[in-house]
Design a protein around this ligand. Sequence first.
Ligand SMILES: Cc1cc2nc3c(=O)[nH]c(=O)nc-3n(C[C@H](O)[C@H](O)[C@H](O)COP(=O)(O)O)c2cc1C
Length: 605
Amino acid sequence: MKKTIKLLTKENEIRVIDDALDIYLEIPHLAYAEVKKKDGGKALLFTNVIDKKSGKKFDESVLMNVFGSYKRCELLFGRTIESIADEITKLLHMKPPASFGEKLSMASDLFALKNIFPKRLKGKGKCQEIEYLNDDINLLDIPVLTTWEQDGGPFITMGQVYTQSFDGQLVNVGMYRLQVYDKNHLGMHWQIHKDSSHFFDQYQKAGKKMPVSIAIGGDPLYTWCATAPLPYGVNELLMYGLIKKQPARLVQSITTPLCVPEDADYVIEGWIDPSELKTEGPFGDHTGYYTLEEPYPVMEVSAITTKKDRVFLATVVGKPPLEDKYMGWATGKIFFPLLKTTVPDLLDYHMPENGGFHNLILAKMQPHYKGHAKQFMHAFWGAGQMSFVKHAIFVDENGPRLDNYEVFATYILDRFTPKSMFISEGILDALDHSSPETLVGGKLGIDATAANKVEAPQLLGDEELLKEVKELIPDAVDLHQFMRRTKNPITVISLNKTKTVKEYFEALVTLSTYIRIVVFVDVEKNDVNNSYMIIWRVTNNMDAQRDIFISGLMVGIDGTNKTSLDGFTREWPDDVDCTKSVVESLKEKGLWDLDDKLFNEYQLM
Ligand SMILES: Cc1cc2nc3c(=O)[nH]c(=O)nc-3n(C[C@H](O)[C@H](O)[C@H](O)COP(=O)(O)O)c2cc1C
């Protein structure tokens, strides 16, 4: 981490904060504000870290937002993301060499591959300069942050979690949040679809304790590797070797059989009794909602080792944009060549940050036959972690750039009819709260590869249209129509819901001369003019099987919170919001410098 701090300082990419700040809300709130700034702001180094509740002052600094910009991402990868994607494409398309020159170039490519395998070092690493064992183990001596008011406690947010299969043949590193319960117990939030959860099942079946080692810090690329969605059985540290062209350097933990990067700042080792699960959460998550309490395995810590000169690395999640926007950007680009092996006619794909990754994907393809886009949708919904995607929109090769949202939306809306939609069911990210049941739910695909002929509707101004709408829906409060120059303008209506949205939609059908796509949201916490947050809200809240209604050319989408009124029996989570008193106190200290415009646009409160 010290090396990273030096690099970021040299590049003017870090802001040092020497004021005494609390691990409870203050530090994470400031990091949350920083990443909302244009281009992700700076990395933040907090040098005076305190725990106001216990009166403790920590020796170490806390480092945050290291990946929070495109520039910093590439600095930490040590090369451009494009060059990594190109190298993977080249490896996947290796052909027998046709000339001596090609033979030489292939030999050098293959020679470089020897570095991808992690190297196990003899003896101890820098991460083991200090050892805490038995009564000296105390997780509360690490400056672990509590980010949000309703969080169940402090959470380690950038832990590389090293595990191995029961037979010891497979090793894995995944990034999962870890709840600090007390001085020597951690909650392991590996969701059911993740590799460590599969390993855990094996130990549970055998009735044997499972070893885990968690590394924090070291070369930041280890942290990114832990988030990489490689298939079950593939060690993510191979990516480290491929990207850095030098092997990950590992040492064995002192009380578990697992190996960890020798330069990590902290290593927390321990064992899980598979017969014991404990309530984990709530936690304000990257969906922008709290994830609710659920039972997860518990690790009893058997050792903590650290560098002498250690820095604690953490991130903050909540509503977009977040640091994971930039990490996800790198992942998307690096994994594109691998995804193409399943769907070769895929030309590009993009996950808009306000779609929370899995809630919305835009893709460009070369369609060759009828139903080709639908075939792609099924492929996406069956491909590893891509299968969490809830809503996918496909355009053909003539479609515009996927990140030019205005032009892209115009292209789709000019060729859309309700027939362009395809609704299915599949697995969902464990964090999804919209579906009537956990883990499975509706999927929406939009095939905009073919142009449908559609007449544009007649247009009324927002005020006039709202008047008409209120005649039919007295609960409607506000209205704004987006994309009015297209064949399918999008009308957003906010309301105080007293009926099901289906009933509201049916009441609106008589206005089909003026309305094509209509999106309903609750009046509370939604601004009908803020398209960024409306997309975030609606793609989070909708389940395609339940929340889409069609009548002729009209399509209704229910983006409201679901309640017993909708027959919804699960608990609906709260939004993740900043705590007013914390923001005010940071303002008083002169540390909070986020523009009010961005504060409101990203709905921090
Ligand atoms: C900031 C951040 C926090 C994350 N937290 C979790 C988590 O708590 N639980 C989880 O299962 N995945 C979490 N993930 C996603 C996993 O890291 C990701 O799915 C990874 O590919 C899992 O590795 P695995 O396939 O080896 O299990 C998080 C990702 C990021 C970027």
